[in-house]
Structure formats: structure tokens, C-alpha cells
Design a protein. Structure first.
Length: 267
């Protein structure tokens, strides 16, 4: 069964609905379970403790019968989802083709609070993954909120802003999937990419590793060196009085809008 069936005017469906195979086998199994539940209920109802039974026997019967009733009722409720299971497959490329000019603007907030418990490298991996979404870049805005106001997180974000131009370009050009850097570089897709001796990804991976090393080094020192802080005026908003629990509001825009005009190829 298909949702939004195609029409003669060339209209293509945005999704497809498919029924799960083996439904009749499951229904036979479900019916057998239901019959057994009914038999249990009948047994409990026909074996009520007699008047000569003590208090503990009556309480035990009530508890067990109540549990049987609750289990049967819960099982019946779950069958509303399992009786006629289906899969929905969305055709994302058709959605973008039909509504690309009408897609809404999207704001994505990435939140962090402690560079020790939430390493900046993990945070910027999330930021870069969101920035690489297959979505019109002029309609996508990404914000990083750091409750700790850490200059280490800001430094990691600066490094990410430099690296993003290479990573996002690669994603847009080759349709990289998955778009999480750590996941992609350790995935089978990347191994296949290297085996083909393609030169497009190797430099990007080297830049990523260099960025990771610099951020890790700063985290081990627990501070930003003077040489690094002098490279960007944004660090001037941090001073000796700033702390995790007491700091002024700091607003920075390290990323500039990125526009690409490229052809896509699938990795």
C-alpha cells in the first residue's frame, strides 16, 4: 500500500507505506496468546477461594487475579500497534525538489554547560554536523549556548569555524553520510573512500586531526595561551574575574555565511 500514490500528471509521492511481511503468522500467534489469556481469566474466576479459606489465601487470589487482568489489558492495548504494522519510507530528495523555495528558516541551538563534563571537541562535532545538514544554508542558523562561558569552548568554536569551510564543502559536493565527523571518519564509508585512493577527503581528515590535537592540547593545559588569545579579539571579553559561575554575557559570531555552487556526487 502506498501513501500519496503517483498520478498521471507526473506527481511523485513524498513517502511510501509498506506493510510488514509475516503479518498472518503474527496474527495467529497473537490469537493463540489471547486464547491463553482468556483461559487464565476463566481459571481464576472459577477458582475463587471458599469461605473456609484464610485471609492470606484470599489476598493472594485477589493480587494474582488483578495482575492477570492488568497483563491482559495491557497486552490488548499493545495489539493496536502490532496487529497491522507498516513501514513509512520518506523520499527526502523529492521533498526538497518540490518545496525547496518554500522551506522555512530553521534555528538550531546546541547547549553545553561544562567543558570538563562535555568536552569542546564533542560539542563542536555536533555544531559541524548540524551545519552540514542537507538544507539551504541561507535558511539554517546554528547557535551554541555555553552556560559556563568557557574560553576553551570559544577557542574550539573558532577552530571549528576555520575547519567548517572544508568539511561543509566536502559534504555538499559528495553527499557525505553520516555527517558526524567522528562517525564518518571511523565508518566503512571512509575506509572504502581511502581504498579508492581519492584525494578529496585525505586533506580534510588531516585538518580534522590537527584541529583535534590543538583543542586537546588546550584542554590539557586548562587555559588558552597568550599567543592564541592574541589572534582573535573575541578573547578580550574574558578576564581574570570571569568564572564558570560569574561572568558577563558574551556574544560572538565566529562563523560567516557560506555559499556553495557545486555539483553533488555520492561518496
Amino acid at each position: 500500500m502506498k501513501g500519496e500514490m503517483g498520478r498521471d500528471d507526473g506527481y511523485l509521492p513524498l513517502f511510501e507505506t509498506r506493510r510488514v511481511k509475516g503479518r498472518m503468522i503474527y496474527r495467529l500467534f497473537a490469537i493463540s496468546v489471547f486464547v491463553n489469556i482468556l483461559l487464565i481469566w476463566i481459571y481464576r474466576a472459577t477458582h475463587i477461594p471458599t469461605a473456609s479459606a484464610n485471609q492470606y489465601e484470599r489476598l493472594g487470589w485477589i493480587a494474582i487475579f488483578g495482575a492477570d487482568l492488568w497483563f491482559g489489558f495491557y497486552w490488548l492495548l499493545t495489539q493496536s500497534l502490532r496487529w497491522n504494522r507498516v513501514y513509512h519510507s520518506t523520499f527526502i530528495h523529492r521533498l526538497s525538489q518540490r518545496y525547496e523555495d518554500e522551506l522555512p528558516r530553521v534555528d538550531v541551538f546546541v547547549c553545553t554547560a561544562d567543558p570538563a563534563m562535555e568536552p569542546p571537541m564533542m560539542v563542536i562535532n555536533t555544531v559541524l554536523s548540524v551545519m552540514a545538514y542537507d538544507y539551504p544554508p541561507e535558511k539554517l542558523s546554528v547557535y551554541l549556548s555555553d552556560d559556563a562561558g568557557s574560553d576553551l569552548t570559544f577557542y574550539a568554536l573558532l577552530e571549528a569555524s576555520r575547519f567548517s569551510k572544508h568539511w561543509i564543502l566536502l559534504c555538499k559536493r559528495f553527499g557525505v553520510d553520516p555527517r558526524s565527523l567522528s562517525a564518518y571518519f571511523s565508518s566503512h564509508s571512509f575506509d572504502s573512500f581511502k581504498a579508492n585512493e581519492d584525494k578529496a577527503l585525505a586533506p580534510v581528515k588531516k585538518l580534522y586531526e590537527d584541529m583535534e590535537n590543538r583543542i586537546s592540547s588546550a584542554m590539557k593545559q586548562g587555559r588558552i595561551s597568550e599567543s592564541i588569545s592574541s589572534e582573535h579579539r573575541g578573547f578580550s571579553q574574558w578576564n581574570s574575574f570571569s568564572s564558570r559561575h560569574d561572568h558577563d554575557t558574551i556574544l560572538q559570531v565566529p562563523f560567516s555565511p557560506i555559499k556553495f555552487h557545486i555539483h553533488k556526487n555520492k561518496i
